[in-house]
Design a protein around this ligand. Sequence first.
Ligand SMILES: Cc1cc2nc3c(=O)[nH]c(=O)nc-3n(C[C@H](O)[C@H](O)[C@H](O)COP(=O)(O)OP(=O)(O)OC[C@H]3O[C@@H](n4cnc5c(N)ncnc54)[C@H](O)[C@@H]3O)c2cc1C
Ligand code: FES
Length: 254
Amino acid sequence: MKRVQDFNVVGYNWLNKDNYIITLSSDSDIENIDPGNFAEIKVPNSPDVFLRRPISVLDVDHNENTIKFYIKAIGKGTRQLGNLDVDSKVSIVYPLGNSFSILHRKKVLIVGGGSGIAPFIMLASKLKDEHTEVTFLIGARSKGDVFLIDEFGKFGKVLVTTEDGSLGEKGLVTQHSIFAGNMDFDHIYTCGPDPMMKAVAQIAHEKNILCEASLENMMACGIGACLCCVTPTIRGNECVCTEGPVFNSKDLKW
Ligand SMILES: Cc1cc2nc3c(=O)[nH]c(=O)nc-3n(C[C@H](O)[C@H](O)[C@H](O)COP(=O)(O)OP(=O)(O)OC[C@H]3O[C@@H](n4cnc5c(N)ncnc54)[C@H](O)[C@@H]3O)c2cc1C
Ligand code: FES
């Protein structure tokens, strides 16, 4: 059930100067969260960042009552969230949006880029429980922009592409050699920049593989009231915050 809950900052794990994991804890129990769900986080001590910021849930620990978010600092809100004192209070509205489908598949491919890697730790953990074989393909500009590889490695094989060739294969994710031959994946999940997801979806369609894409449209309310996050689909315009963020890519008219 959706709720507004106050958390306290436990600490940060800085991955480089712009990317961090923030851990928050609560005195109350944490709601059930499914892979792909996101939270709207209020940025404290920042009156000019008026709207909450939508961030995917990276991980949750129901024994410790902690929740983690992986955040790429790109503007005022995400920078301010990375600059709070330990024990600062942070209000979040969660769990929001739908979640990835868990369809008891044999073999799946997860393709992530940028902050789009965030929902995939929880997804991979769920898939592991289902004994699904997971391959991750992570795309980045350069070696220094590739994060959480060790975490992903706990759940499956990890492939990387970098645009400058400093790690993994050189090029864009969709140029990875895995796409060259026959692919025996039953399902592809993707999250990241729109052009990357569109290209991944195109390949999935050509190879007749079900593809789910998690969109990161700009959002304001996060609950279907302001209509600022709509995306065109075969059913008409739909709010990404309530009908998504996860869509069957065949339903998207992007
Ligand atoms: C469902 C969902 C899940 C998300 N999950 C994560 C996550 O796990 N980790 C993470 O780091 N980010 C995530 N994002 C993106 C994150 O919400 C934005 O980066 C954040 O709102 C930017 O706020 P800001 O105040 O720092 O930047 P602003 O000052 O508001 O904007 C800075 C610049 O970034 C652009 N921008 C703002 N929001 C977005 C966006 N959604 N997509 C592309 N460009 C944007 C603005 O146009 C501007 O150019 C997610 C977004 C959505 C919709
Ligand atoms: S963010 Fe307001 S309707 Fe989706």
